[in-house]
Design a protein around this ligand. Sequence first.
Ligand SMILES: [Cu+2]
Length: 197
Amino acid sequence: MKSFVLNCFATLMAILFSGQLLAESTVWSRTAPVGEVCIEGDPCAEELVMVASAPAPSVQGGAAKVSLSEGSEHEVKMLNMSSAGTMVFEPAVLKVSVGDTIHFKSVDLSHNSASIAGMIPDGASSWSGGMNQDISVTLDTEGVYVYQCDPHAMMAMVGVIQVGNPVNLEAVKSQAGSKKAGFVMNQSRLDDYLSQL
Ligand SMILES: [Cu+2]
């Protein structure tokens, strides 16, 4: 009986002691400094200096710029899927010369190509292809054109064509803000495309 009482006491002490240790370690971890303090000249301080002096990545280098496509005729496929994602035009970003023709090809079903109002150069002709239809568009006005697939616009199925100089790029970029508010997925896609111009 005596040994039973002693056993109980020992167990109780063990529980209390481990509980206190746990509480202490919790308090310690909460009050411990978030970062370590480095004294100048210490190896850790040199490490910090190296990180701080590393060159910052260039913002310009974030997206590869699209190069001018050769020839005067260009093909853009309307696809359910490519390596760039689902519901995409391919290529989604094109740079061409004034007077070039773009052939939109209905490779997969349920797509079309339609220019977006307010996102083409002033005075340029708009276009709106039928569903599942190839459409060819000749771009005679210099500037940036943004177009979409109507049924998949909310999935950011959009494309960008720069014709000659991007004279209206800032206007298009400001329109892009409200356009992408309607995207339920691929929210950064249009910005990514525009950053390639
Ligand atoms: Cu589509």
